[in-house]
Structure formats: C-alpha cells, structure tokens
Design a protein around this ligand. Structure first.
Ligand code: DPX
Ligand code: MG
Length: 565
C-alpha cells in the first residue's frame, strides 16, 4: 500500500487547506512527524511548548478556517488541551493529534514514561472527549481512515476541535488511500420545511415590531453568515451593533453599523438605542457574565429572535437543522422592496449617533505616554489589510475603540479568556496570513505567560508589531478586585526580544515612556520587515479606559452575589 496512517492524515490536512500544521516533538510522535513531513502540501511549523502550539493552531484556524497541532502524549497533550478548550469556546476547528503508547502496551499492565504511572492509557482520550466534538484513538491501521475522517469531518461541520491519538508504532503502518475529500468537507443542507417555517416565523416577528435592532455575535463567522448578515441589514435598514467579542464581524463602514453593544462599555449612543428598541434580532450571540456586564445588559425574553449557527428560536418556537445564512437570506428576500424597518437608525441619528468628531489630542509631544496616545497611535496605523489581536485586559477596550476600515479584522478570545493566548495565536495567524499588517496589543501580565512564542515569530521572520502595555500589573483585576496578587515582576521587555535573536534573529525590542518615543518606535516598526517589533509602552497602573472601570464594577457586583437562600 502506498499510504501509511501518517501520510493518510497528512493528505487529509493538505486537502482541507492546511498549508501548515504546528508541532512540538516528543518520542511518542517522532515517527508520525516523519510521515507528515513527506507531504509537501502541509509544512511543519514548530512551537516552543504545547500550550503555545495549541494556541498557534487556534490562531491559524482564525486565519485559515481550520488548523492542526501535533504533540506528544500526556506531558504535551495535557498542556495543549487547555488551548483546545479555548478552540471549543471560540468555535474553531482545531485538530489536536497526539502520539500515544505503542499498541502492544495498551492493556499489557506495562508502566510507561510520560504517563501518570498507571497502566490505563485511556485517560487522555477520556479527557479529550470532554473538550472536543469528536475524539478517536488509533491503535490499528485497519480502521484509521474511518476514524481520521470522522474526527476531521465532525470538526469542520461543527466548527469545534477534534482529537486524534495515534499509537507510536502505528503511524508508519501501511494504510488504505483516502477517498474524495468531498466526503469530509460537505455540509448537509438546511432542512427545507424547517427553513421555510423559520423564515416565516422570523419575518412575521419583525413585521409585528416597529423598532428592531440587529445584534451580531461572535458565532457569526463560524456560521459562515457574515455576508448574509449584511444582506439582512440592507433589507431592514435598522441599526446593527456587534457584541464585544464580534468586533469586525460586520463591516464598520456599513451605513447601519452603530458600534459595540456592551452595556455601559458600549460605543456612544448604542446602549441608549438598544434600550429604546422594541426587539433584538440576535445573530450567533454568546450571552455570558462578561458580555452582559454581569447580567445587567442581557437582551432576552419575548422580544427577541435568537438565530444561531444551526438553530433559530422565535418566541416559543424552535427551528433546528437550519443554517443561519439560509434563514437570514430568506428573511432578507422577504423584506426586499418592502418599506424599511429603519426607526432605530432614524432615532440613533436624532440623538447624535454617528456624528462625534475625533477630538484633537492637546498635549506636548514629550509628555509622558498615556493609554489614550497608545490607542490613537494604534488607530493611525490600521489599514484595510490589518488584523489586530486584542488580548484579555484593557487591550480589549482599547482595540474595541478602534474604528476599522473595510477589510480590517479584529481577533478576540473573549469566551475562553486565557491571558497569554494572543502571543502564540498571533504567531499562528501570521503564519497563515503573513502578508497582512498583523498587530498585537497585549498587557504585561498576559505577555509573561507565553512570551516564548515571539521567538518563533523571529525564527520565521514574521513582521508582527506588538504593543506591550506595561501598566505594572493585572489592571483588569485591579478594577474588579484589588490586592497584592495583582502586582507582577517587571521585566526588561525590550531586552527579552533581543534575547530571542541570538545569532540569527532580527526581532526588535523598543521602549516608549513618552509620546515622542512611541511615535518614533512605530515608524521603526512599520519599516522593519524581517522580524517582530515589540514596543514596550510604559503607562501608570491606573491609566485605563473608562469602559474597563464601569465594566469592572458590574462584573465585581455579579461575582459578589451572595449564595441564594
Ligand atoms: C488576569 C488578567 O497586564 O492586562 O490590561 O493590565 O489588565 P491589564 P495584563 O495582561 O493583565 C491581565 C490580568 C490575571 N485574569 O488583568 S485579565 C485571570 C486569568 C486569566 N487567564 C489565566 N489565568 C488567569 N484570564 C490563564
Ligand atoms: Mg497589565
């Protein structure tokens, strides 16, 4: 047979468009890595540790639609599984592949290295089952094709991670050839009767309302419904807001776009208009404690349509097995040519929405650097080719304030919220989309978790621009609840980047404590093409956005609710 289990897997990677897969070596996966290397259609990209490897794949999936990470058993995979939980939360199809014990050792009573020291090797598969949509263990080449295809197909269809473990002595075993890829990537169509009923129910709901608004959530991309949401907005003519996590999932230059809806942390006038509206059409929204500002800004009840990736809820009726884009297109067609449902847009303009001019910055250029100047600087370099990764922390709100031209993208990880995610995820994204202007905004606390992956950006000469906000600690936590645990060890961040260069790297580390210094550093960063540039932006501990302060108060109140009697 011409194929092996490993080359079969590599062929599937290449067929689903994974021009790269991420890896950390270990003796349980070395032979598998050899097999994957034989396929020129999928390049192996190395990471510094398995947590970062999982996040690099997660970021690559954001750039590329899907991704894979290949790690060794237990010591590697259990770290990567944190990022796989993140991929589940963020609706990204990341295939985690783990090397596994030799098939002869399963059930033999042998005790193996890198395990918890018992002879049951099923624990990793059991853990993975909780965090993925499909998890398989391959201990024979016989059923490898079926198991591999099941895991990949389920991940692509559900936009969730999957897990494949392969016994180390099986990955080079002869295996049958893969069949056509359409069996793996084809999605079943919406159920026709249910779709017709769902479209009718949503259209009737909107007909009965005077003041609808559209709320775009972060599952819109996973649902493949970004273009359909624009068609619905065009047909209705009402206000469209994005949830915090969904920034850039609807074009900000669209006539109906009003900004972010996030309670008191909303864009100007957006919270007002949502309170004035008589109905909300929610598209792929996640309402959690953070996104609802501690349950205080939570659209719910009878005046809502909740349209999700594969299900739509209108009042007390549920419609399943219908794709969001099909429902939206059906409703848009229904309203095409009818009078616009644009009352919220008219009111938004009446209360001054969309008219705020950018106020000039009125300070001496050699003045101490401020958060505001960092945000303005970020704004000044955003192009239609830009992708910004906004890390958990005040970076969320700084990036949220940035206005985006058509084509600019923002990536957040707000459901999982793992600080440090953004460094490896940006690395993975930049591997997938190296030609974009890739910008990362990350806090000092977050950076300390995963800083090594800047070394991989250096290795691949990726010109990522990193704004490292050094506000001397965990400021978001300071605003929620302060204590000594929010102070962190300061680093010489610029020197850390220089350290990654060793004899062959071209990364740059710069430090800005005044506005002038930041302006100069950004000029240097824009001109630097053969490696990352990190700009350490030094600001006082309490210099944060007003959104963070008000949001932090609401979250603290929600966290502090006493137990129900
Ligand atoms: C924690 C958070 O410095 O940003 O702007 O100063 O807040 P700000 P930093 O990166 O600090 C981040 C810090 C400690 N969250 O304020 S948001 C708790 C937390 C988490 N993820 C993990 N551990 C702890 N979100 C993995
Ligand atoms: Mg900080």
């Amino acid at each position: 047979m011409a194929y092996t289990v490993g080359t079969y897997l590599a062929e599937r990677f290449a067929q689903i468009g994974l021009k790269h897969h991420f890896a950390v070596a270990g003796d349980y996966n070395l032979v598998l890595l050899d097999q994957l290397l034989m396929n020129p259609g999928t390049e192996q990209v190395y990471c510094s540790n398995e947590l970062n490897c999982g996040f690099a794949a997660e970021g690559y999936a954001r750039a590329n639609g899907a991704a894979a990470a290949v790690v060794t058993f237990s010591v590697g995979a259990l770290s990567a599984l944190n990022a796989i939980g993140g991929a589940y939360a963020e609706n990204l199809p990341v295939i985690l592949v783990s090397g596994a014990p030799n098939s002869n050792d399963h059930g033999s009573g042998h005790i193996l290295h890198h395990t918890i020291g018992t002879s049951d090797y099923g624990y990793q598969l059991r853990i993975a089952k909780e965090l993925t949509c499909a998890a398989v263990s391959i201990i024979s080449a016989e059923d490898a094709p079926e198991k591999i295809d099941h895991a990949i197909r389920t991940a692509l269809r559900e936009k969730k991670p999957a897990y494949i473990e392969i016994a180390c002595n099986v990955s080079a075993q002869p295996c049958r050839a893969p069949g056509p890829i359409s069996a793996v990537i084809n999605e079943p169509a919406s159920d026709a009767d249910t779709l017709a009923a769902a479209v009718k129910a949503v259209a009737t709901f909107i007909e009965g309302k005077q003041k609808p608004v559209i709320l775009v959530g972060s599952k819109l991309r996973a649902a493949g419904a970004e273009q359909a949401a624009i068609r619905l907005a065009d047909a209705l003519g009402c206000c469209v807001a994005t949830m915090g996590a969904a920034k850039s999932f609807f074009p900000e230059d669209h006539a109906n776009y009003v900004g972010t809806f996030w309670g008191s942390a909303s864009s100007p006038h957006v919270y007002d208009i949502f309170n004035w509206a008589d109905s909300v059409i929610a598209l792929g929204c996640i309402f959690n404690d953070y996104s609802t500002e501690g349950w205080t800004a939570w659209p719910k009840g009878a005046n809502m349509v909740n349209a999700d990736k594969d299900s739509t809820i209108v009042g007390d009726a549920a419609f399943n097995s219908v794709h969001l884009r099909d429902v939206l297109d059906g409703v848009a067609q229904y309203f095409a040519g009818k009078a616009k449902k644009d009352a919220t847009m008219v009111e938004y303009r009446r209360i001054g929405g969309g008219t705020a001019a950018v106020t000039p910055e009125n300070v001496a250029k050699d003045a101490k650097l401020t958060r505001e100047h960092i945000q303005r600087t970020l704004q000044s370099i955003v192009t239609s080719e830009t992708t910004i990764f906004g890390e958990t922390g005040d970076s969320w709100f700084n990036v949220s304030r940035t206005r985006l031209p058509r084509g600019a993208r923002v990536e957040y990880e707000m459901q999982w919220g793992h600080i440090g995610w953004s460094v490896p995820a940006m690395f993975g994204y930049a591997v997938g989309q190296p030609e974009r202007r890739n910008i990362l905004m990350v806090g000092d606390g977050s950076f300390q978790l995963t800083a090594q992956e800047v070394g991989q950006m250096t290795r691949r000469k990726l010109p990522v621009i990193i704004f490292l906000i050094n506000n001397a600690g965990y400021t978001i936590e300071v605003e929620i609840h302060d204590g000594p645990y929010n102070n962190i060890k300061n680093w010489n961040y610029a020197a850390v980047i220089e350290g990654f260069n060793a004899q062959d790297g071209h990364g740059k580390g710069l430090r800005a404590t005044t506005m002038d210094e930041l302006d100069d550093a950004v000029k240097t960063a824009l001109a630097h093409k053969d490696g990352p540039v990190l700009i350490e932006c030094v600001i006082p501990r309490d210099d944060c956005t007003s959104e963070l302060i008000s949001w932090g108060r609401h979250v603290a109140t929600a966290n502090g609710r006493p137990p129900a009697k």
